[in-house]
Structures are given as structure tokens and as C-alpha cells.
Design a protein around this ligand. Sequence first.
Ligand code: C2E
Ligand code: CA
Ligand code: CA
Length: 502
Amino acid sequence: GSLVTAQRTNPALWILDFIPFAFLFLGKYVNTQLTDSVSSLFHKHTADMQRKTEALESQAMHDATHDPLTGLPNRLLLRDRLEQALLGMRRKNRLLALLVLDLDRFKEINDTLGHHSGDRLLKQIAVRLREVVYPTDTLARLGGDEFAILLPSLDNENEIQDAVRKIQRSFSTSFVIDKMSLDVQASIGISLSPKHGHDVDTLLQRADVAMYVAKEKKRHFYIYDPCIDKHSSWRLSLLAQLRQAITSGDMQLHYQPKVAADTGQVHGVEALVRWNHQKFGMISPDEFIHLAEQSGLIIELTRWVMRTAVDQIMSWHAQGQNLGVAVNLSPSTLLDPEFPDFMAGQLASWKLPPGTLTLEITESTLVKDPDLALKVLNNLACRGISISIDDFGTGYSSLAYLKKMSASELKIDKAFVTEMLTSESDGAIVQATIDLAHNLGLKVVAEGVENVETARALAQLRCDSLQGYHFCHPLPADEVNAWLVSHNVHSILERQRLKSVR
Ligand code: C2E
Ligand code: CA
Ligand code: CA
């Protein structure tokens, strides 16, 4: 399928494809007025063009499906072959194995000897691996130092051991690069079909997870096992890539509008980070924020989020959209001794109108080191930053601290909001929280508003702002732009309708 789209999106090929038909059509139309010789000339031309088109097509096809460095099939072609093999396997009582092979310490080699030597090593490895696979197998380079081998039709699992042994043997003699002899090892992760999955993505992902386990356990190979602590290997693989993801632009911010409960007007957005992973797709912050916290990378991540969110809000301001933006702050960020200086520096260069930037912090921030947290929060509040207490109701913060916190807003956790109409106790908590917050002089935001009934009930309880799927999912900035336009039109029409009814 992807090959066809590659074809379709290449206008040059498309025009070439079309030319023979154009000549045929022209030939038909003017046939009566032209002599035979002219029409045969057209014919010759057409055949020529056809041949050239075909040559171009097959060249383009080859380029799109092969790795230029090693000449091996690339990820695209591997996926295609895997898909074919899976289709062909359906009725037969056979086994398919997907091996993902990652070189150990290749980065070191690349860094110390240079990319040129790294490339030569990869080429040599490709040659050796090609010698150990059968013509019916597919050996592909997935990118970087990662290769894959597809064994499309096996009798039993023992045959996998044979294949692994052969691969291992191909690494047993050193590689010679620039007169230097290098010992290289690889870790192999294996997934099987039908045992571990029936589709391309699942098999690739499980082979990948198995490969990380092999590396973790310092084993040459590992066959995917659903019983292994899935999270530990998945986490390990993410953790290994987190630092790079922050610097290489794989992180993205989505924005979710906050709507005034009475007028329906949008007054701000919450910035929510996503990891757009090249292999796993969009990864939710729930999967990686705690990793970032454990590894200390949260500080870098938060700084990136803060800069990106403020840049976006300034560009919205420039377009006449006077929105505020809320950024989530992890407990460890607030307690980071360098954080106040970072913020002071940024604020001096941003020159944001006071109240534009809100920091959402959870109650747990206060539990760890309340005195320090309060000091930092007060400092920020003095600089025109609003503080919002996130996920309220899930922690144990004392009212005494809430009062001291210089917060201006409280967010009721979505766990209570989504159930407030079906669970009596959740309804009571929502109501009590709104009253409590108002008594303390705080504005209240309800998050997780998923339907119009909940929105109406919250407005009746005098909740100030609403946020949730009912209005808008978190979206990339340009999609929020489009949403803002249609939402504004919608709420103007709604207000006019209400007026005319009155
Ligand atoms: P949160 O701050 O409580 O964010 C609200 C979460 O609820 C978001 O999930 C949002 O997509 C989701 N949500 C929004 N509307 C609805 C709704 O109507 N129904 C339901 N069921 N859910 C809704 P998301 O984006 O996956 O974020 C999860 C958590 O990750 C956030 O929870 C926040 O604690 C954390 N997080 C996100 N971005 C950042 C960040 O930049 N820094 C830090 N430190 N944490 C972040
Ligand atoms: Ca939040
Ligand atoms: Ca929340």
C-alpha cells in the first residue's frame, strides 16, 4: 500500500504514467486527418516513453524500499514482506519468527572512530548476515545499528535456535576497519507468530521489547515472553531514549482549552506534553513523566515545555487571541534549587502580562517539603505567575497549607467530575470542593467534563471553568486554532439564539 502512495505522491512519475494515454487519446482523435506514418511515429514515441517510465518506476521502487548504505531491504519492505508472510501463514500449521538485532556498544565505535568507520562496519555486518540467511528469509536494516531478520516459515521453535547460532557465529571473528580489529556483539530479540501476535506492529514491538530484555540481561538473544515484567523492559527502552527525545524534537505539546462555565468563552489552555515516538507512535505523559522524574530529566523536559508553551501563547497573543496558558509542574521541579533562577531569567525575557502563565502543581508537591515549596510558590506568585492546585481531592493537603499557598485556582480531579452525576458521593465532593475553594477566594476548574449534562450541573454549582472532552480534546496548536474559530462562531450563534428566545 505504501509503495502505491509513494508512486501517487510523486508528480513526475504520475505525469510519465499518464503520457502514453494522452498520446493514445490524441492519436484516436486526429486519426482521420493524419497519415499512417505520423500515427506510427506517435506509437514509437509512446512505446519509448513507456519503457522509460517503467525503468524510472522500478528505480524509484527500489530506492523507496532499500537502505542506501547496505543495499538491504529497509523497514518499509520488511513490513510489506512480514504482512505477506502473515497472510500466507493463515491456514498452514507453520511458525513465523521475527528477529530484531541491535549491535552492542555501536555508539561507542561510532563516536571514537567516526561515522565513516561506523558506516563501513555496518556494511560488513550486512555482508556477513546475508551469508547466514536463506533466500526465502528477509534480512533488513531498520535504521542505525538495528537489523531485522524475517523467518517466514518454520516447522518448530528449534529452528530459531539454529538461526540464532548461525548469526552468532557470523560475529565470532573480528571485523577489520581501517586496519583495526573490532569485536562486535549483537543482542537479538525474537517474536513469534501466531504465538505472540498476528499483525506487523505487534510483532515488531514485541521483538523490540525482547531485544531490550536481552540487552538488560546480557543475553545473546531473548524470545518474547508475555510473563516477563513487561513494564520493566518497556520502561527501560523508553528511558534509554528519553534524553534524545527531548533534544531531538520528538516531544510535542498539545493544548486543551479551558472554557468559562457561564459564557462558554475560552480564556486559556493547558499544555500537555506528548512523546511522538518514531516506532511506538504517540506516548502519553503517564508513561514517561515518572521516568523523567526518576532520571532527573524532568528538569530539562519542564524547561522545554515552558519555553514551547510560552512561545505558542505569545504567537496567539500576536494573532489577537488573549489566552492564558497552564503548564504542569512535577514536584521535583518545584523543589529544584535552580528552578527559581531559571524562571526569573525566563520571565525577564518573556515580558508576559501578569496572570498569563499558570503553573499547575499537585498536592503531593506540598507533602514532600512544604516549607520550601511554599517559599518558591510565593516567590513565583509575586512575579505575576498564577498557581493552580491540580488533581484536587486525590492527595492529603491540609487546608492550612491551601490557605498559605498563594494559589489562585483549584482543579477538581477528573475522577470526581466524570462520575459526579452517577455517584452521589462524588457529586457531594464536587459541590463541597467548589464551596470550599470559593470560601478561600480560589477559582475552581473542573477537569474531565465529558458531556453537556455535567457541564450544566457544574455551571449550576457555580464552578468557574470547565475543561474536558465535551468541549475539546488536547490538540496540536494549529488544530486548536481551527477549533477556537469554530467554537467562537458557535458560541456567538448560541448567544444570539438565547437572546431571540427571550
Ligand atoms: P493532568 O494534569 O490531570 O491532565 C489532564 C489529563 O486528563 C490529560 O491527560 C488530558 O488529556 C485528560 N483529559 C482531558 N479531558 C478529559 C476528559 O474529558 N475525560 C478524561 N477521562 N480525561 C481527560 P494526559 O494529557 O494524558 O496527561 C496526563 C498527566 O500527565 C497530566 O494529568 C499531568 O499530570 C501529566 N503531564 C502532562 N504534561 C505534563 C508536563 O508537561 N509536565 C509534567 N510534569 N506533567 C505533565
Ligand atoms: Ca494538569
Ligand atoms: Ca488533573
